[in-house]
Design a protein around this ligand. Structure first.
Ligand SMILES: NC(=O)c1ccc[n+]([C@@H]2O[C@H](COP(=O)([O-])OP(=O)(O)OC[C@H]3O[C@@H](n4cnc5c(N)ncnc54)[C@H](OP(=O)(O)O)[C@@H]3O)[C@@H](O)[C@H]2O)c1
Length: 327
């Protein structure tokens, strides 16, 4: 089996598109600008587009379908996600067909299970159903998101000819998953796709205790708490100093550093200006001295360890599905 992450196929930085769901991100997120921005990214070589069936309840996938309508399918890779509450043997086909329709493509390059399914779901039956879709050519590769090492192992044990190639988890300079999960993924050749690589804009350096972003999504994100602005002031000041020395933005340096750690960051964006910065980050090299000054600042202010288990696994799927209608 040839891996999607063979070092050639996928750009070093991808594009996250939760923001194209147009819900909860606050002022300044407009469909037309987001579509233009996505096209700018793809035309400049960022070929890995991450989305999900739940972003804006299909809106993100629909806008990606519009943005890519006139592009050659070889120019971009689609990584979408099957919601945890649809992740059962019975519902895979329907969700997959709907995503293909909205995205206007005949196959998904990486199909990810968005979070660990309800405890009432059979993991082996789910992954056997996904493997069938690989055989039928509707899915190129299988990935997961927010999965523990144990559940990845169970998924792999139930498939014969394919395996879980990636786990998409929250990973940025100041928020990391536990080291045991990362160790398992490294040993078993499961690629880290890092969601929230900019900590939802906290790491851009433009926010402060007195200037926080608008929108419900970020209002409830604890990273924007007063104590974290204090805790990470030192880390951000190192990036600010490097930014002046190197004539690159803080965002570019953050993404270049995360890429250096071997993960695939998938930053979100709101306009073409931001995407152009992400494009330049993809070719930015950091020197050994620059990397070591970042690492010293992180030793002084250790990253927060984040949990992967915050989705409603105890709820039966139909109740979890209802719950998502209200957010
Ligand atoms: N698998 C999962 O469970 C999961 C969960 C969350 C996200 N994701 C994926 O990960 C992607 C990214 O994570 P995220 O949505 O949490 O956000 P993020 O990438 O950490 O932050 C994105 C935000 O940073 C700001 N930004 C981007 N480029 C910038 C630039 N050049 N200069 C200044 N600010 C810039 C923008 O916000 P402002 O300019 O408005 O401040 C943008 O919306 C999502 O789109 C989604 O695809 C997956």
């Amino acid at each position: 089996m040839v891996s999607l992450f063979d070092g050639k196929t996928v750009s070093g930085i991808g594009l996250g598109t939760w923001q194209l769901g147009l819900k909860g991100w606050g002022a300044g997120y407009e469909a037309k600008e987001l579509v233009d921005a996505l096209q700018t990214g793809i035309k400049n070589g960022l070929n890995f587009i991450d989305t999900a069936e739940i972003y804006g309840m299909g809106r993100s996938e629909t806008l990606i379908g519009e943005a890519t309508r006139d592009l050659d399918r070889k120019e971009y890779l689609i990584a979408t996600k099957l919601a945890g509450f649809n992740a059962s043997e019975r519902r895979v086909k329907k969700s997959l067909t709907n995503s293909l329709g909205r995205l206007k493509v005949d196959h998904i390059d990486l199909y990810q299970v968005h979070w660990e399914p309800s405890i009432y779901t059979s993991i082996p039956e789910l992954f056997k159903a996904l493997e069938t879709e690989v055989k039928e050519g509707l899915i190129g590769h299988i990935g997961v998101s927010n999965f523990s090492a144990q559940t990845i192992a169970r998924a792999n044990n139930s498939m014969k000819e394919t395996r879980v190639e990636s786990n998409q988890i929250k990973f940025n300079v100041v928020e990391r998953p536990d080291s045991k999960l990362l160790e398992y993924m490294k040993t078993n050749n499961v690629k880290v796709i890092g969601w929230s690589p900019l900590a939802q804009g906290f790491l851009s350096g433009k926010y402060s205790q007195d200037r926080k972003p608008s929108g419900g999504v970020r209002r409830i994100n604890k990273i924007f708490s007063a104590s974290n602005f204090d805790k990470y002031a030192g880390v951000l000041s190192v990036f600010r100093r490097l930014s002046e020395e190197k004539k690159a933005s803080i965002v570019q340096l953050i993404l270049a550093y995360e890429k250096h750690l071997g993960i695939l960051p998938i930053p979100g964006f709101k306009n073409s200006e931001q995407v152009k910065e992400i494009v330049s980050a993809n070719s930015l090299e950091l020197s050994t001295r620059e990397i070591s000054s970042i690492e010293v600042s992180l030793q002084e202010n250790a990253p927060l360890e984040t949990s992967i288990g915050f989705y409603p696994r105890l709820l039966p799927n139909f109740l979890a599905r209802l719950g998502f209608l209200f957010i």
